[in-house]
Design a protein around this ligand. Structure first.
Ligand SMILES: [Zn+2]
Length: 427
């Protein structure tokens, strides 16, 4: 078996892929109702299908939703003890980029042999990637660093993940002597707008277990996401000519203000971190007659999620008492659940990832994501999908950056993972 390591040529190939992909604008649009939310995501899908076919993935194709699926068939010799036992492993990343920061016309800047210190971005002198804001920068001295020019995001979230998977597929093709089981590659659309798995056909994908490459720091494996709900508070007031409103007017704007004001301060996104839950009013619109307040509810357990929702309902009923003329309703909708609940049912998917990290000579770091991933929904759709680092830092911002060296390690860890699966299935 060959040593699992990307050589200098593989490394150049990985970088070239990444630079190629980030130049393609794939921003998703949270206000769109079509799928994909933006047609331009298919521009990258087409490139990836073509490249996968060139690498021998004969079935590579994009579907009408823009998802790219492809197979790297098993090359286990017929007498190998893992034949028929090693499951199909999926490698997943998302093609879209964040909608809130400019994503068109990305001009990636490559710093070879980063010497340390702040990084000034050439396209906007106000934009400096500072060591003081980026504790990981000093860990990347000597690395190849890629940034944008400061006028757009970079798109390492998640084109780093895509490039890493593509480089792993290229490596497998270059090393036919490396025995691996069947691999499925899946590139999704619209992850950033929370619709990354809306049309994901788990059965057609056909993997038994999968991994997203959509995380941040080297050696991090994430098996927990938030439990997430959204809440909508609708306030109906009563409008009267304000000159003649005494004792009659019920102002929905004031009711809304009272509700927002009374939300517990210790459970807001700006006052919480680590494993603490929050309730986040993020959109208020309306007038005297009617106001809608949209809120996000986030926690790592169902119980804590319920507590936050109960606290919202308690505030509403309190305010209702103070404004008896208003009609206030609260509607809670489920978004996604912590995938740790599902992964606990079959933890080897996680254990093998830890083992793969150790084989790189690193100590795996288990992390919980204060957000969701495609993997959290996939895990509840029957496909357990923990998350592996992809390397991107300060994502969703024009100061986004990534270390090529961490990307190389992410590519290598997926190859180790395939080997662990073969070994453990043969045992
Ligand atoms: Zn992402």
């Amino acid at each position: 078996m060959p040593t699992i390591a990307l050589d200098a040529a593989d490394r150049r190939d990985l970088l070239a892929r990444f630079l190629r992909y980030v130049r393609i604008d794939t921003q998703s649009d949270e206000n769109s109702t079509s799928s994909p939310s933006t047609e331009k995501q298919k521009d990258l899908a087409r490139v990836l299908v073509e490249e996968l076919r060139q690498m021998g993935c004969a079935d590579a194709a994009a579907d009408e939703w823009g998802y790219v699926f492809a197979t790297v068939p098993s090359n286990l010799p017929a007498n190998h003890p893992a034949v028929g036992k090693v499951p199909v492993i999926g490698l997943v990343a998302h093609m879209d980029t964040y909608h809130g920061t400019f994503g068109a016309g990305v001009k990636p800047q490559v710093i070879e042999g980063y010497k340390g210190g702040d990084i000034a971005l050439s396209g906007d002198q106000r934009q400096v990637i500072r060591v003081s804001d980026n504790p990981n920068l000093p860990k990347c001295v000597g690395h190849t660093i890629v940034t944008s020019d400061g006028t757009t995001l970079l798109g390492a979230d998640d084109k780093a993940g895509i490039a890493e998977i593509m480089a792993a597929v290229a490596w497998l093709r270059k090393h036919p002597e490396f025995a691996h089981g069947p691999v499925r590659v899946g590139f999704t659309t619209d992850e950033e707008v929370g619709r990354g798995t809306e049309h994901f056909d788990v059965a057609a994908f056909g993997a038994a277990y999968a991994y997203t490459l959509d995380g941040s720091d080297i050696a991090e494996i994430e098996d927990e996401t938030f439990c997430a709900d959204s809440a909508l508070v609708v306030i109906e007031g009563h409008d009267v000519h304000p000159g003649y409103a005494k004792g009659k007017l019920v102002n929905a704007v004031r009711v809304a203000a009272a509700i927002v004001e009374r939300l517990p301060r210790e459970f807001l996104p700006e006052t919480t971190d680590l494993r603490q839950p929050y309730l986040h009013p993020y959109d208020v619109r309306g007038d005297v007659t009617r106001v809608e307040i949209k809120l996000l509810v986030r926690a790592f357990t169902d119980d804590e999620l319920r507590e936050r929702e109960d606290s919202l309902k308690a505030v509403v009923s309190d305010v209702q008492g103070a404004f008896p003329g208003a009609r206030i309703s609260v509607e809670v909708k489920e978004s996604y659940r912590n995938m740790a609940y599902k992964i606990a049912e079959d933890p080897k998917v996680l254990e093998y990832a830890f083992e793969a990290v150790r084989r790189l000579g690193l100590e795996p770091v288990r992390r919980a994501i204060r957000g969701g991933t495609d993997g959290s929904r996939l895990s509840f759709m029957g496909l357990l999908t923990p998350n592996i680092w992809a390397g991107g830092q300060s994502f969703h911002s024009v100061q986004e950056w990534v270390s090529l060296d961490w990307m190389v390690k992410a590519s290598e860890v997926t190859l180790h993972l395939l080997q662990v699966w073969v070994e453990r299935s043969a045992a």
